[in-house]
Design a protein around this ligand. Structure first.
Ligand SMILES: *[C@@H]1O[C@H](CO)[C@@H](O)[C@H](O)[C@H]1NC(C)=O
Ligand SMILES: *[C@@H]1O[C@H](CO)[C@@H](O)[C@H](O)[C@H]1NC(C)=O
Ligand SMILES: *[C@@H]1O[C@H](CO)[C@@H](O)[C@H](O)[C@H]1NC(C)=O
Ligand SMILES: *[C@@H]1O[C@H](CO)[C@@H](O)[C@H](O)[C@H]1NC(C)=O
Ligand SMILES: *[C@@H]1O[C@H](CO)[C@@H](O)[C@H](O)[C@H]1NC(C)=O
Length: 216
Protein backbone atom coordinates (compact mmCIF):
# COMPACT_ATOMS: atom_id res chain seq x y z
CA UNK A 1 0.00 0.00 0.00
CA UNK A 2 1.54 3.28 -1.08
CA UNK A 3 1.01 6.12 1.39
CA UNK A 4 -0.97 8.91 -0.20
CA UNK A 5 0.29 11.51 2.20
CA UNK A 6 3.44 13.47 1.79
CA UNK A 7 5.09 15.11 4.71
CA UNK A 8 6.53 18.59 4.23
CA UNK A 9 10.22 17.93 4.32
CA UNK A 10 11.48 20.46 1.83
CA UNK A 11 14.70 22.25 2.61
CA UNK A 12 14.05 25.73 3.87
CA UNK A 13 15.74 28.83 5.14
CA UNK A 14 12.86 29.45 7.48
CA UNK A 15 14.34 29.65 10.95
CA UNK A 16 12.03 28.95 13.85
CA UNK A 17 13.41 30.34 17.08
CA UNK A 18 10.31 30.41 19.23
CA UNK A 19 10.33 26.80 20.40
CA UNK A 20 11.92 27.41 23.77
CA UNK A 21 10.22 30.66 24.60
CA UNK A 22 6.73 29.84 23.29
CA UNK A 23 6.09 27.21 25.95
CA UNK A 24 6.25 27.75 29.71
CA UNK A 25 8.54 25.67 31.92
CA UNK A 26 6.45 22.54 31.95
CA UNK A 27 7.64 19.48 33.83
CA UNK A 28 6.28 16.30 32.25
CA UNK A 29 5.52 13.59 34.81
CA UNK A 30 4.48 10.07 33.73
CA UNK A 31 1.20 8.69 35.06
CA UNK A 32 0.54 4.99 35.51
CA UNK A 33 0.50 3.53 32.01
CA UNK A 34 -3.07 2.32 32.26
CA UNK A 35 -6.60 3.57 31.74
CA UNK A 36 -6.73 4.17 35.51
CA UNK A 37 -4.92 7.45 34.78
CA UNK A 38 -7.67 8.81 32.52
CA UNK A 39 -10.72 10.81 33.61
CA UNK A 40 -13.93 8.84 33.93
CA UNK A 41 -12.21 5.50 34.50
CA UNK A 42 -14.69 2.74 35.34
CA UNK A 43 -13.06 0.08 37.46
CA UNK A 44 -15.70 -2.50 36.59
CA UNK A 45 -14.97 -2.30 32.85
CA UNK A 46 -11.34 -1.11 32.80
CA UNK A 47 -12.42 1.62 30.37
CA UNK A 48 -12.36 5.41 30.63
CA UNK A 49 -15.08 6.91 28.42
CA UNK A 50 -16.10 9.25 26.96
CA UNK A 51 -12.95 11.30 26.61
CA UNK A 52 -12.74 14.77 25.15
CA UNK A 53 -9.39 14.94 23.37
CA UNK A 54 -8.36 18.38 22.13
CA UNK A 55 -5.45 20.46 20.86
CA UNK A 56 -3.88 22.55 23.63
CA UNK A 57 -1.30 25.34 24.06
CA UNK A 58 -0.75 25.87 20.34
CA UNK A 59 -1.06 29.64 20.61
CA UNK A 60 -3.36 29.41 17.59
CA UNK A 61 -7.09 29.44 17.15
CA UNK A 62 -7.26 25.65 17.31
CA UNK A 63 -6.90 25.18 21.07
CA UNK A 64 -9.88 23.21 22.37
CA UNK A 65 -10.68 21.75 18.95
CA UNK A 66 -11.36 17.98 18.89
CA UNK A 67 -9.39 15.56 16.76
CA UNK A 68 -10.87 13.81 13.76
CA UNK A 69 -9.52 10.96 11.65
CA UNK A 70 -8.34 11.30 8.09
CA UNK A 71 -8.45 7.88 6.51
CA UNK A 72 -5.78 6.83 4.06
CA UNK A 73 -8.26 5.14 1.79
CA UNK A 74 -11.17 6.72 0.02
CA UNK A 75 -14.75 7.28 1.14
CA UNK A 76 -16.04 4.64 3.53
CA UNK A 77 -13.11 4.46 5.89
CA UNK A 78 -9.93 2.49 5.93
CA UNK A 79 -7.51 0.50 7.98
CA UNK A 80 -5.05 3.28 8.71
CA UNK A 81 -4.81 7.01 8.82
CA UNK A 82 -3.99 10.13 10.77
CA UNK A 83 -5.70 11.73 13.74
CA UNK A 84 -5.83 15.40 12.82
CA UNK A 85 -7.08 18.85 13.66
CA UNK A 86 -9.35 19.73 10.74
CA UNK A 87 -9.61 23.16 9.18
CA UNK A 88 -12.35 22.35 6.70
CA UNK A 89 -16.02 22.90 7.44
CA UNK A 90 -17.12 19.34 6.68
CA UNK A 91 -14.90 17.99 9.44
CA UNK A 92 -17.51 18.50 12.14
CA UNK A 93 -19.42 15.56 10.77
CA UNK A 94 -16.46 13.24 11.15
CA UNK A 95 -15.53 13.72 14.81
CA UNK A 96 -15.29 10.31 16.46
CA UNK A 97 -15.71 9.05 20.03
CA UNK A 98 -12.52 8.49 22.02
CA UNK A 99 -11.83 6.40 25.10
CA UNK A 100 -9.10 4.59 26.97
CA UNK A 101 -9.48 0.84 26.49
CA UNK A 102 -7.06 -2.09 26.48
CA UNK A 103 -4.69 0.23 28.35
CA UNK A 104 -4.43 2.81 25.56
CA UNK A 105 -6.03 5.84 24.01
CA UNK A 106 -8.44 4.63 21.34
CA UNK A 107 -10.80 6.11 18.77
CA UNK A 108 -13.91 4.53 17.32
CA UNK A 109 -13.02 4.37 13.64
CA UNK A 110 -14.61 3.25 10.42
CA UNK A 111 -12.54 0.28 9.27
CA UNK A 112 -14.47 -0.13 6.06
CA UNK A 113 -15.66 -3.69 5.59
CA UNK A 114 -15.34 -4.43 9.31
CA UNK A 115 -17.38 -1.40 10.33
CA UNK A 116 -16.80 0.74 13.39
CA UNK A 117 -14.05 -0.55 15.68
CA UNK A 118 -12.10 0.84 18.61
CA UNK A 119 -8.58 1.36 17.28
CA UNK A 120 -5.51 2.05 19.40
CA UNK A 121 -3.82 5.34 18.61
CA UNK A 122 -0.05 5.54 18.22
CA UNK A 123 2.77 7.84 17.14
CA UNK A 124 4.41 5.95 14.31
CA UNK A 125 6.89 6.45 11.56
CA UNK A 126 10.53 7.25 11.21
CA UNK A 127 12.11 9.29 14.02
CA UNK A 128 11.37 12.51 12.19
CA UNK A 129 7.80 11.51 11.38
CA UNK A 130 6.25 9.90 14.45
CA UNK A 131 2.75 10.79 13.40
CA UNK A 132 -0.40 10.66 15.55
CA UNK A 133 -2.56 8.06 13.87
CA UNK A 134 -3.78 4.50 13.82
CA UNK A 135 -2.90 1.27 12.02
CA UNK A 136 0.02 2.99 10.30
CA UNK A 137 1.52 0.37 7.98
CA UNK A 138 4.88 -0.24 6.39
CA UNK A 139 6.66 2.28 8.57
CA UNK A 140 9.97 1.68 10.31
CA UNK A 141 10.39 2.09 14.06
CA UNK A 142 9.83 3.82 16.34
CA UNK A 143 6.18 2.99 16.75
CA UNK A 144 5.47 4.72 20.04
CA UNK A 145 2.73 3.52 22.33
CA UNK A 146 1.00 6.59 23.68
CA UNK A 147 1.13 7.24 27.42
CA UNK A 148 -0.64 9.58 29.85
CA UNK A 149 1.30 12.37 31.57
CA UNK A 150 0.79 15.19 34.04
CA UNK A 151 1.98 18.71 33.30
CA UNK A 152 3.41 20.58 36.25
CA UNK A 153 4.31 24.27 36.11
CA UNK A 154 6.25 25.56 39.11
CA UNK A 155 4.77 22.85 41.31
CA UNK A 156 1.19 23.35 40.15
CA UNK A 157 -0.50 20.45 38.38
CA UNK A 158 -2.22 21.66 35.22
CA UNK A 159 -5.78 20.48 34.45
CA UNK A 160 -6.13 17.51 32.14
CA UNK A 161 -4.04 14.52 31.12
CA UNK A 162 -1.51 14.96 28.34
CA UNK A 163 -0.67 12.36 25.71
CA UNK A 164 2.84 11.53 24.59
CA UNK A 165 5.61 8.94 24.72
CA UNK A 166 9.16 8.61 26.10
CA UNK A 167 8.44 11.50 28.49
CA UNK A 168 7.71 13.86 25.62
CA UNK A 169 4.28 15.49 25.31
CA UNK A 170 5.15 18.20 22.79
CA UNK A 171 3.84 17.62 19.28
CA UNK A 172 4.56 19.47 16.07
CA UNK A 173 1.50 20.59 14.13
CA UNK A 174 1.96 20.46 10.34
CA UNK A 175 -0.44 21.98 7.82
CA UNK A 176 -1.68 19.78 5.01
CA UNK A 177 -4.17 20.46 2.23
CA UNK A 178 -5.20 17.49 0.16
CA UNK A 179 -7.88 17.46 -2.49
CA UNK A 180 -9.07 14.12 -1.09
CA UNK A 181 -9.15 14.86 2.63
CA UNK A 182 -9.24 18.61 2.88
CA UNK A 183 -7.29 21.00 5.07
CA UNK A 184 -5.93 19.84 8.37
CA UNK A 185 -2.98 19.71 10.74
CA UNK A 186 -1.31 16.36 11.31
CA UNK A 187 0.80 15.94 14.44
CA UNK A 188 4.20 14.38 14.95
CA UNK A 189 5.73 13.67 18.34
CA UNK A 190 8.80 15.82 18.93
CA UNK A 191 10.74 12.98 20.51
CA UNK A 192 14.42 12.09 20.23
CA UNK A 193 15.80 12.59 16.70
CA UNK A 194 12.61 14.28 15.52
CA UNK A 195 14.46 17.20 13.92
CA UNK A 196 13.78 17.85 10.26
CA UNK A 197 16.18 15.54 8.43
CA UNK A 198 16.70 17.96 5.55
CA UNK A 199 17.36 21.13 7.55
CA UNK A 200 18.51 19.80 10.92
CA UNK A 201 16.06 22.18 12.59
CA UNK A 202 13.78 21.03 15.38
CA UNK A 203 10.68 22.05 13.43
CA UNK A 204 9.58 21.78 9.82
CA UNK A 205 8.81 24.93 7.86
CA UNK A 206 5.56 26.39 9.17
CA UNK A 207 5.32 23.80 11.95
CA UNK A 208 4.25 24.93 15.43
CA UNK A 209 4.06 23.13 18.76
CA UNK A 210 1.24 22.12 21.07
CA UNK A 211 -0.16 19.36 23.23
CA UNK A 212 -2.82 16.67 23.05
CA UNK A 213 -4.99 17.20 26.12
CA UNK A 214 -7.59 14.81 27.49
CA UNK A 215 -10.51 16.10 29.51
CA UNK A 216 -13.27 13.99 31.01
C1 LIG B 1 11.80 24.58 35.39
O1 LIG B 1 11.18 23.79 36.38
C2 LIG B 1 12.08 22.86 36.99
C3 LIG B 1 11.25 21.98 37.92
O2 LIG B 1 10.29 22.71 38.63
C4 LIG B 1 13.17 23.63 37.73
O3 LIG B 1 14.07 22.71 38.32
C5 LIG B 1 13.91 24.51 36.73
O4 LIG B 1 14.84 25.30 37.40
C6 LIG B 1 12.92 25.40 35.98
N1 LIG B 1 13.64 26.11 34.93
C7 LIG B 1 13.43 27.39 34.67
C8 LIG B 1 14.21 27.95 33.53
O5 LIG B 1 12.63 28.06 35.31
C1 LIG C 1 -11.45 -2.71 40.95
O1 LIG C 1 -11.90 -3.93 40.45
C2 LIG C 1 -11.25 -5.08 40.98
C3 LIG C 1 -11.82 -6.29 40.30
O2 LIG C 1 -11.80 -6.14 38.91
C4 LIG C 1 -11.42 -5.12 42.47
O3 LIG C 1 -10.67 -6.19 43.00
C5 LIG C 1 -10.95 -3.82 43.09
O4 LIG C 1 -11.25 -3.81 44.47
C6 LIG C 1 -11.63 -2.64 42.45
N1 LIG C 1 -11.08 -1.40 42.99
C7 LIG C 1 -11.84 -0.38 43.36
C8 LIG C 1 -11.12 0.83 43.84
O5 LIG C 1 -13.06 -0.40 43.30
C1 LIG D 1 -18.05 22.97 14.27
O1 LIG D 1 -18.44 22.74 15.60
C2 LIG D 1 -18.01 23.75 16.50
C3 LIG D 1 -18.38 23.35 17.91
O2 LIG D 1 -19.57 22.61 17.94
C4 LIG D 1 -18.65 25.08 16.09
O3 LIG D 1 -18.20 26.11 16.95
C5 LIG D 1 -18.25 25.41 14.67
O4 LIG D 1 -18.89 26.58 14.24
C6 LIG D 1 -18.60 24.28 13.72
N1 LIG D 1 -18.02 24.55 12.41
C7 LIG D 1 -18.73 24.45 11.30
C8 LIG D 1 -18.01 24.81 10.05
O5 LIG D 1 -19.89 24.08 11.29
C1 LIG E 1 10.55 9.15 32.19
O1 LIG E 1 10.72 9.82 33.41
C2 LIG E 1 10.70 8.97 34.54
C3 LIG E 1 10.85 9.82 35.80
O2 LIG E 1 9.88 10.80 35.83
C4 LIG E 1 11.84 7.96 34.46
O3 LIG E 1 11.76 7.05 35.53
C5 LIG E 1 11.76 7.20 33.14
O4 LIG E 1 12.89 6.38 32.99
C6 LIG E 1 11.68 8.16 31.97
N1 LIG E 1 11.47 7.39 30.76
C7 LIG E 1 12.12 7.66 29.62
C8 LIG E 1 11.78 6.81 28.45
O5 LIG E 1 12.92 8.56 29.54
C1 LIG F 1 -6.55 23.43 -0.84
O1 LIG F 1 -6.40 22.66 -2.01
C2 LIG F 1 -7.44 22.83 -2.93
C3 LIG F 1 -7.17 21.92 -4.11
O2 LIG F 1 -6.88 20.65 -3.68
C4 LIG F 1 -7.53 24.27 -3.37
O3 LIG F 1 -8.64 24.44 -4.23
C5 LIG F 1 -7.68 25.17 -2.16
O4 LIG F 1 -7.64 26.53 -2.56
C6 LIG F 1 -6.59 24.90 -1.17
N1 LIG F 1 -6.83 25.70 0.04
C7 LIG F 1 -5.91 26.49 0.56
C8 LIG F 1 -6.30 27.23 1.78
O5 LIG F 1 -4.79 26.57 0.09
Amino acid sequence: MAPKYRFPHGASLFYFTMLASAVPNVTVIPLTSSCVSFPGYDNSTGIATPLKVVADSTGRGIDGISFVPKYATAVGGGSWGFITIPLDASANETAVPMRCGDGSLQAQLNTGINGLLWQTLVAAGTPAESVFGFGLPNLPDPNYELEPYIHDIDGVRQPGVFIGAVNVTTWGFNYQNSSETGEYYFLRLLGPNSHNLATGKQLNEGEFTGYIKVDG
